[in-house]
Design a protein around this ligand. Structure first.
Ligand SMILES: CC(C)(COP(=O)(O)OP(=O)(O)OC[C@H]1O[C@@H](n2cnc3c(N)ncnc32)[C@H](O)[C@@H]1OP(=O)(O)O)[C@@H](O)C(=O)NCCC(=O)NCCS
Length: 183
């Protein structure tokens, strides 16, 4: 897939990127750090997230979703000592007025404890920035994704519900947990 070298988001999104502190570090904890997304990340982290090739239109659509909602944050996990991307976390406001957490680690950085740390940092971030708006973070995870369930529990989430859902990729009916972390 080839990409343009620069991305013109247009004035409105440029302003939102500026307000959201494009590329700035927002939190650091021992070996890992979180920083605001910057436009050149999109090629990298969308591959992390989707694990499939995305069109430029998909990238714009996804970026739009994160930028246009004031509270939605997409934060990049990197090593404290350098800017190497290890994964990304997202905090999104949904139509039900709840805030939802998501995480994707790059394959080569899984299994080193980074995912647990970034999940904990996501809770801290929400505590610092969204506590006035919500008193919890929610997430949904397939019940068979035992590694993620373990990591979420270790980081402070609890299972509060179990329900059927239809998987986007396969269209199959599966089961997911709804988990919450109190802020
Ligand atoms: C899930 C994910 C975020 C975890 O990140 P990570 O950096 O690999 O996790 P960590 O290294 O911090 O911790 C992994 C833990 O899971 C445990 N684990 C690994 N495989 C497991 C399994 N099959 N069942 C239960 N626990 C498992 C490990 O032992 C470790 O726990 P411990 O530290 O208590 O020993 C990462 O693997 C990922 O991005 N996966 C793909 C995307 C995804 O599933 N996202 C969540 C969607 S809701």
């Amino acid at each position: 897939m080839s990409f343009p070298h620069t991305i013109d988001f247009g004035p409105e999104k440029e302003e939102l990127l500026r307000l959201k502190g494009e590329g700035e570090r927002v939190m650091e904890w021992e070996t890992v750090a979180l920083r605001a997304v910057k436009r050149t990340d999109i090629y990298d982290f969308f591959k992390v997230e989707a694990n499939r090739e995305l069109s430029i239109e998909d990238l714009y659509k996804h970026t739009h979703e994160f930028l246009m909602n004031r509270y939605n944050r997409l934060l990049i996990g990197c090593l404290s000592s350098e800017d190497t991307t290890i994964g990304d976390i997202s905090i999104r406001e949904h139509e039900d007025d709840e805030f939802y957490f998501g995480i994707n680690m790059k394959k080569e950085y899984r299994g080193y404890g980074f995912g647990t740390k970034l999940t904990q940092m996501g809770i801290e971030y929400a505590r610092d920035h969204y506590h006035d708006l919500v008193d919890r973070l929610l997430l949904k995870v397939d019940t068979q994704n035992q590694r993620a369930v373990h990591v979420y529990q270790k980081a402070g989430y609890q299972i509060i519900d179990e329900r059927p859902y239809v998987a986007e990729d396969s269209g199959c009916e599966r089961t997911q947990y709804v988990m919450e972390a109190l802020l």
